[in-house]
Design a binder for this molecule. Structure first.
Ligand code: ATP
Ligand code: MG
Length: 478
């Protein structure tokens, strides 16, 4: 799976942040001076002041405040990820199947464990959240059902998972599981909390693949056989994953226990995404705020990228923000095109920022060389250039074999492209090229303390002057 997968939610907040006032160290405020303290209240008997200089902070804020957007009639947050809509078009079948798997719990029987698979943005979390909310709303269920939902991308160790689950079953501070106990003790206290709760407890382990990746099988092994230890409660597990192969890494016993029921969420096609967008658009936008074809354009882009509903919604939201900022009364096709490139830039930057140090050094070496050559470079040279950068920074380089794996990972993340070039007489070489905009990638890389020294060497507009062989900057062309 590429890192361009789950769009990090913060990347969509860029627009709202970009209007904030500049950080300290600015020149003196150029707008009209504030009224002296003790003077008349603002606006009372004051002479009209001259308008603030165009482009000043005051002018920008004045323009924003004057603009009353005609685009929205509802809360634009409806387009954000956190909003769970009342209806999930094109997921009726999956909702029905999840409800059927859970149904035995309504009568006090133990439900089967369930694994939900599907690519990013296919509505897995939204469907399970909606089912949970529906059950929580029913006050008079014949048997007690309690959902405990955890995102294993953040709670990804054996201890932390049992601790988090256990602590969500207690109200009193003194009953909470602290850090520093043995795993056995945490497990038995968790079991005791479950028994005290009684009824059916459904554990929703969202992004369960991350847990397995970070902590292996063990915690799932304990949880999947917990019913043999419980006296008053029954536990069912609902695992959610966008890695279709994660069970390959599970112990056979754990795999068969978790896999009692499986539901696959297929990607949405463009028509389905359009329906999803239309529902939200009806809630948020004023009549005529959308030029015909805008929803189709957002849906088509998102359908090309894995059929991801999150991406379709982000495109519509960012397009509406761009239109709002330009002060126009309609969201147009061009705003969606701009939204697409803005989101792509943010995703690349975020992906690059979160790379481990040697990936950054390797990527930096590749980007700078490709820039210098205005083209690709053979894999053999990549290692040479990477070691040149490491020497420059006095960082011990990794072994060549390890760097080959790093290259494969960067390719999988979509940051570089590798092509095999035939050289005649059966000879072939692999050429590496960058798959992302060079300057944004370098800027993101050079935010890292480790690479800051390289950025100084590169200097403004001198990307092409770094000589790997010597690790020194060349002189500017005359
Ligand atoms: N059928 C649908 N109708 C309305 N909104 C939807 C639908 N499917 C997904 N969404 C919305 O798209 C966004 C992404 O959905 P969700 O978080 O459920 O995806 P996911 O499959 O869990 O993705 P990931 O694997 O990345 O966690 C959410 O804002 C969700 O509300
Ligand atoms: Mg999810």
């Amino acid at each position: 799976m590429g890192a361009f997968g789950p769009g990090p939610p913060h990347c969509m907040d860029r627009e709202s942040e970009s209007t904030s006032s500049p950080a300290g160290g600015d020149p003196p405020f150029p707008g009209p001076l504030p009224a002296p303290s003790g003077g008349r209240p603002e606006g009372e008997g004051q002479k009209p002041t001259s308008p603030p200089p165009k482009g000043s902070v005051t002018d920008v804020f004045d323009q924003i405040l004057k603009r009353s957007s005609t685009l929205y009639r509802g809360n634009p947050d409806v387009l954000r990820e956190a909003y769970v809509p009342p209806r999930l078009p094109h997921r009726e079948e999956q909702i029905r199947r999840v409800a059927e798997v859970i149904a035995p719990a309504l009568k006090g029987d133990t439900p089967s464990n369930l694994l939900i698979y599907g690519k990013i943005g296919t509505g897995k979390t939204a469907v399970v959240t909606q089912v949970r909310q529906d059950i929580a709303r029913r006050a008079n269920l014949p048997k007690k059902i309690r959902f405990l939902a955890v995102n294993c991308a953040t709670v990804d160790t054996h201890y932390a998972l049992l601790q988090t689950l256990g602590n969500s079953l207690v109200d009193r501070e003194e009953d909470r599981i602290p850090t520093g106990w043995s795993l056995d003790r945490v497990y038995s206290v968790f079991c005791a909390h479950c028994d005290r709760q009684g009824g059916t407890i459904l554990l929703v382990l969202d992004e369960i693949d991350k847990l397995v990746k970070n902590s292996g099988n063990e915690v799932l092994y304990s949880l999947s056989q917990i019913n043999t230890e419980l006296k008053e409660a029954r536990v069912g597990i609902i695992g959610i994953s966008n890695d279709l192969k994660f069970t390959d890494n599970l112990d056979a016993r754990v795999r068969s226990r978790l896999n009692e029921e499986k539901i696959l969420f297929p990607p949405y096609d463009a028509l389905q995404l359009r329906d999803i967008l239309e529902d939200r658009a009806r809630e948020v936008f004023a009549p005529n705020a959308l030029e015909p074809g805008v929803l189709e354009r957002c849906a088509a882009y998102a359908a090309q990228e894995n059929g991801d509903a999150r991406r379709a919604l982000a495109l519509l939201r960012v397009a509406s923000q761009i239109a709002e900022r330009s002060g126009v009364s309609q969201i147009r096709d061009e705003h969606v095109v701009q939204a697409k490139s803005s989101l792509e830039r943010d995703i690349i930057t975020e992906c690059v920022r979160t790379l481990a140090p040697h990936y950054k050094l390797l990527l930096w070496a590749i980007v700078v060389t490709c820039e210098r050559r205005r083209g690709s470079l053979p894999t053999g040279e990549v290692y040479e250039n990477y070691t040149g950068v490491c020497h420059r920074l006095s960082v011990p380089p990794l072994h060549q074999r390890s760097i080959s794996n790093h290259l494969a990972d960067l390719e999988e993340l979509g940051l570089i492209r590798a092509k095999v070039i035939s050289k005649g007489r059966g000879g072939r070489t692999r050429q590496i090229d960058i798959a992302v905009p060079a300057s944004e990638t370098l800027n993101a890389l050079e935010e890292d303390e480790l690479l800051k020294g390289l950025s100084r060497r590169r200097g403004a507009g001198q990307t092409n002057l770094f000589r790997f062989e010597t690790g020194t900057a060349g002189s500017p062309p005359s």
